[in-house]
Design a protein around this ligand. Structure first.
Ligand code: FES
Length: 438
């Protein structure tokens, strides 16, 4: 352990920390400063940016042993508040830069560090600064952020009044067609908006953390699952498998295509007989800490009979391919395509023709916030799942029977969401959280 006397946002404090813990984890977990966000935790997105002794750093990859005693740290909370925002925060809200907002605290701190050393940066210098410091935003184009920096700089140089960025409500009260600021904007740029992981740190002390046992092969029969060693690991409360799921253990997929070959109950919550893809969940460890949950998950033994992997649609459609879902053809549905005019004559006269086979990536969305969810019983005894779901009523209908709950005993609430770009219209961890909560 290390003792560190720090000045955080101007306030002196003394902490005992583990040398290998990241500055981001210490700020968030030990000091409750959840304005600093963690995306991938690999220093790639800049959401965790803080100013350490005058220098911009990514706190998720800065271990506490690299933070000297008597250090001075500025986080987003030390720059401005919803009632007294800094011009940088005002400008980001006015320009609509805070969309999902997950990246915003990192940008606010990064812009502060830039303007501290260069009060009149050019647009090129601003963009270069974000490149060097890896500030990534996945929602907006960077133009509105650069516009925000130039306006904030003007205010700080005394060339523009703050009021120029404050929204004036039209006399008729109509906001359609105006630049009315996003209602959640100020909370997002001041770090006071709580995303899933922030809420996780604000749960009562005896909450459990979950560690998942994921499939590491794309296609296999499950021969056995042995949780005995994992159950003896420190801090473990329970290890759950498909046997513990109180309902049908299937996620219901709406089958509204007339040519659909399945009945919509093909997708397991916790794998029982088969693994269908890398990342399928086989077991859940419920433990007192994330570390304990992850360590115990490593000890779950899963014996598999590995089956042929079909890594593309053509491979799965081949005549000799096994049924991925036994009894359901791999060609799950067919769509009629109207291809229009024969392209051959057009292609014959085109100056260039490019042909090739292309595969798209498995994860196209690349949100900066990870997939976080939490569950609990509410005061009326209902199971509540809070997640990034952007389809809460669909998800409730898709998982209730699978987890063994009547619809009116399952609530799904959407957290402030660090973007999904569509992937969260499908349930990911909602059913797993509901299983662990019951
Ligand atoms: S607003 Fe930047 S990632 Fe969503």
């Amino acid at each position: 352990m290390l003792q560190r006397s720090l000045k955080v946002n101007g306030v002196p404090t003394t902490l005992i920390v583990r040398p290998e813990d990241s500055l981001a984890d210490v700020l968030r977990g030990q000091l409750g400063l959840t304005g600093t966000k963690i995306g991938g935790g690999q220093g790639q997105c800049g959401a965790c940016a803080v100013i350490l002794n005058g220098k911009l750093v990514r706190s998720c990859t800065t271990s506490m042993k690299r933070v000297p005693d008597d250090s001075s740290i500025t986080t987003v909370e030390g720059i401005g508040t919803p009632t007294e925002p800094h011009p940088i925060q005002l400008a980001l809200v006015a320009h609509g830069a805070a969309q999902c907002g997950f990246c915003m605290p990192g940008f606010v701190v990064s812009i502060k560090a830039l303007l501290d050393q260069n009060p009149s940066p050019s647009r090129t210098e601003i963009r270069k600064w974000f490149q060097i410091h890896r500030n990534a935003c996945r929602c907006n184009g960077y133009k509105v952020i650069v516009d925000s920096v130039t306006d904030a700089a003007k205010i700080l140089r005394g060339e523009m009044p703050r009021e120029a960025l404050e929204f004036k409500m039209p006399q008729d009260g109509r906001i359609w067609g105006t630049s009315y600021p996003r209602p959640s904007g100020m909370a997002k740029v001041t770090g006071t908006a709580n995303y899933g992981a922030d809420l996780g740190l604000k749960l009562p002390p005896n909450r459990l953390m979950l560690g998942f046992v994921h499939a590491e092969v794309p296609h296999a029969n499950i021969i056995s699952i042995d949780t005995s060693e994992a159950e003896k690991m420190p801090g473990v409360h329970k290890v759950l498998t498909h046997k513990d799921v109180k309902g049908r253990n299937r996620i219901r997929v709406f089958t509204n295509m007339p040519s659909n070959r399945g009945d919509g109950w093909d997708r397991p919550i916790l794998c029982d007989k088969k693994v269908f893809k890398v990342g399928d969940e086989i077991a859940i460890v419920c433990a007192d800490t994330e570390e304990h949950a992850r360590a115990a998950a490593e000890k779950v033994k899963v014996e598999l009979e590995v089956l042929p992997a079909y890594m593309s649609a053509p491979a799965a459609m081949a005549g000799d391919a096994l049924d991925i879902h036994p009894g359901v053809p791999n060609v799950y549905y067919e769509m009629v395509l109207d291809k229009g005019q024969d392209p051959a004559p057009i292609l014959d006269s085109a100056p260039y023709v490019v042909e090739g086979d292309y595969y798209l990536s498995r994860q196209p969305h690349l949100t900066i916030e990870t997939d976080v969810a939490l569950g609990y019983y509410d005061e009326e005894g209902r199971v509540v799942v809070q997640s990034k779901s952007i389809s809460i009523h669909d998800h409730q209908a898709m998982i209730a029977e699978g987890v063994g709950l009547p619809m009116d005993q399952l609530r799904i609430i959407q957290n402030t969401t660090g973007a999904t770009f569509g992937y969260k219209s499908s349930p990911t961890i909602e059913a797993l959280i509901a299983v662990a909560s019951t």
